[in-house]
Design a protein around this ligand. Structure first.
Ligand code: FES
Ligand SMILES: [Fe+2]
Length: 334
């Protein structure tokens, strides 16, 4: 189990809400911890340690039975609080004399996702994503994408514009226009997004900036890092509604990550599959790059990699992770 207090006490996305249905158990992983997700008859989501206290079997192999969870091995039954209430091999035992208890974690639902905190959650809850509440925007859930790479490498790639012309040639950039115009990087602290670092006035010429684009356009972007593993990109079309894409990595281990993306778009003509397919194309172009990066953990060591002026958002992100004292998925010398 991770000892990183930052991620341990933070909320992480682990599933799309619609996929966690009453009566079924879903196994997932978070920060090297096996988790069993299930929904009771009242609609509440539970996130438990996926390990039976009797003999360590994965509880997700068992079944939901009348708002209790039954282990597949010896049939012990656990109530909604994780307390053992019945042992079939000793049916006469009074439930109150049963001491076994499953480890339980904090779980809630927001933005159509299940979020889990395996430590002590802060008051602030999951990351802020104000565009999600904008009813003028259509919400589309993409992924999840499985990456053999660390969460911080994935976030840094999301903030990186200089790769568009090469990795996303013909879609988000073209090699003939690879130059990155000046942009501004600052820290922020506001009521809408909380605090973090942001890059604003990012401009890029993109042949196909989105599924709805009918030709090339000059795009005005803002990137915000709102948590160590959460970044939000907003696009500012002249005279149009601000659209957003939230990158929500679920750290499975230090070097393997499941990536969820939620888009809030001003596009009500394309169908969901087409919008997701566009994002799939982009992400699958990034995937081999991400999985090739060495070391897999993002180096926060001075001089570990060569950076240039247009990498200043990446450097601001690395500085933010250092200040947040992040230890999981990064390399550092302190
Ligand atoms: S291991 Fe779960 S009931 Fe025995
Ligand atoms: Fe990319």
């Amino acid at each position: 189990m991770t000892t990183d207090p930052v991620l341990f006490n933070d909320w992480h996305p682990v599933a799309q809400s619609t996929r966690i249905v009453a009566g079924a158990i879903t196994a997932t992983d978070l920060l090297d911890t096996r988790i069993a997700l299930w929904r009771d008859g009242a609609g509440n989501v539970h996130a438990w340690e996926d390990r039976c206290p009797h003999r360590g079997t994965r509880l997700s192999m068992g079944a939901v039975d009348n708002d209790t969870l039954r282990c597949a091995y010896h049939g012990w039954r656990f109530d909604g609080e994780g307390r053992c209430r019945h042992i079939p091999a000793l049916p006469a035992l009074e439930p109150d004399r049963l001491k076994a208890r499953v480890g339980t974690f904090h779980a809630l639902e927001k933005y159509g996702m299940v979020w889990v905190c395996i430590g002590s959650p802060s008051e602030s809850g999951p990351p802020r994503f104000p565009e999600f509440a904008d009813e003028r925007l259509r919400k589309v859930w993409c992924g999840p994408y499985e990456v053999q790479g660390s969460g911080p490498r994935i976030v840094e790639n999301f903030l990186d514009m200089a790769h568009f012309a090469f990795v996303h040639d013909g879609i988000l950039g073209v090699p003939e226009q690879a130059a990155i115009a000046d942009y501004t990087v600052e820290t922020f602290d506001d009521a809408d997004y909380g605090s973090g670092v942001w890059a604003k006035q990012c401009r890029a010429w993109q042949p196909q900036a989105s599924k709805a684009a009918t030709g090339g356009s000059d795009i005005d972007y803002t990137y915000r890092v709102v948590r160590p593993l959460t970044a939000i990109l907003t696009k500012h079309p002249p005279g149009g509604i601000v659209e957003a894409i939230a990158l929500l990595p679920q750290p499975l281990t230090e070097t393997s990550t499941r990536v969820w993306i939620i888009m809030a778009l001003d596009d009500f003509t394309s169908d969901d599959d087409a919008l997701r397919a566009f994002q799939d194309t982009i992400f699958l172009q990034d995937l081999p790059i991400l999985e090739s990066q060495s070391p897999a953990r993002l180096p926060l060591l001075p001089g570990a990699e060569v950076s240039v002026a247009c990498d200043r958002m990446s450097l601001a992100y690395r500085g933010y992770l250092k200040r947040q004292n992040l230890r999981y998925g990064v390399l550092r010398d302190d």
